[in-house]
Design a protein around this ligand. Structure first.
Ligand code: CUA
Length: 340
């Protein structure tokens, strides 16, 4: 479906037409008003030109009708822009429930992508057509911006936090992936390709060489190599909280506040463990800042998630799906709640 308008990127996601329709509406309003104003300036300049050297025009009285018209009409136009824009915005930033999840780490100057099943790629992203795909974005260093023009998605990737965005591809093919935030010398080279495949092809591709194991199993290895398991034991005798059944549930902190144990919370607990300490525990955990990179943090999260909610299909972040709730010091009986 190549576009009949020059310079327009292809439309390959469910957002594409919605974004373009809004864009054309804004463009149309702009063009109409530019022409109207330019035309009226010209018309009035001719019509009301001074004809005699001592000509004095008749005084102008106010007109309520005119005042009302040029207040109400622009108000309605501006409101329509706001409502329309907000609805497109919300549908882009509110991740639906039945998504497939992918993890993207931006790093000077490349995009590193991990699939739950264990496939990892650099500057390439393979996705199936017709599936909703949620991306969790993290940065290893500076601010990048994940931009796929054909999908009409663009999102800043900010160090120190996770961002999420989603899309659903509607046509197979190969589409540009860019970094859209100046991030240093080779910013312009931080590009790649998104490959949209038929579901069967995608499954084939996925099964081809995930030798390293799934994200969760890589996370489990790390969990042991870093010695996490010496304190976070599976019984309740460890110095740290039992992690099984923790993900996706609300937890009570020492400060008394309630925090949902989602990706962001676990990331913070790994890198800055004293920020939010679970009630009943001491702030004795050392930071793992500098020992694990963002990709490894994502793997650890995938592992904790996998022991948190076994029968979990791809759920949006923060979806509460507790399964094994171990008896122990972890506060039990917290109501489950979606946070988004
Ligand atoms: Cu990364 Cu520009």
């Amino acid at each position: 479906m190549s576009s009949w308008i020059p310079f327009m990127p292809e439309r390959a996601s469910t957002f594409a037409w919605r974004v373009d329709a809004l864009y054309f509406y804004l463009l149309g309003v702009t063009v109409i008003f530019s022409l109207l104003i330019a035309g009226l300036i010209f018309y009035f300049a001719v019509k009301y030109r001074r004809r005699e050297p001592d000509e004095i025009p008749a005084p102008i009285e106010g007109s309520l009708k005119l005042e009302a018209a040029w207040t109400v009409i622009p108000f309605l136009i501006a409101t329509s822009m706001f409502v329309w824009g907000a609805s497109v915005y919300f549908s882009q930033y509110r991740v639906p429930a039945d998504v497939m999840e992918l993890y993207v780490v931006g790093k000077q100057w490349m995009w590193k992508i991990q699939h739950i099943e264990g496939q990892r790629e650099i500057n390439e992203l393979h996705v199936p057509i017709g599936r909703k795909v949620k991306l969790t974005l993290a940065s290893e260093d500076v601010i990048h911006s994940f931009f796929v023009p054909a999908f009409r998605i663009k999102h800043d990737v900010v160090p120190g936090r996770f961002s999420t965005i989603w899309f659903e591809a509607t046509q197979t093919g190969r589409y540009h992936l860019f970094c859209a935030e100046y991030c240093g010398t080779n910013h312009s080279g931080m590009t790649g390709w998104v490959h949209v495949m038929e579901p069967a092809d995608y499954e084939n591709w996925l099964s081809g060489g995930a030798a390293e194991g799934s994200m969760a199993s890589l996370g489990e290895k790390l969990f042991q190599n870093l010695g996490c398991n010496t304190c976070h034991r599976s019984d309740t005798q460890g110095r740290g909280p039992v992690l099984a059944g923790l993900f996706g549930r609300e937890q009570i902190m020492q400060s008394g506040e309630t925090v949902l144990a989602d990706e962001a919370y676990i990331r913070e607990s790994i890198l800055n463990p004293r920020a939010k300490v679970l009630q009943g525990f001491q702030p004795i955990m050392p930071t793992f800042q500098g020992q694990v990179n963002e990709e490894q943090v994502l793997q650890l999260i995938a592992y904790i998630r996998s022991i948190g909610a076994p029968a979990e299909p791809a759920q949006p972040s923060g979806a509460a799906l507790p399964a094994r709730a171990p008896a122990g010091r972890r506060p039990a009986g917290q109501p489950d709640r979606k946070n988004k």
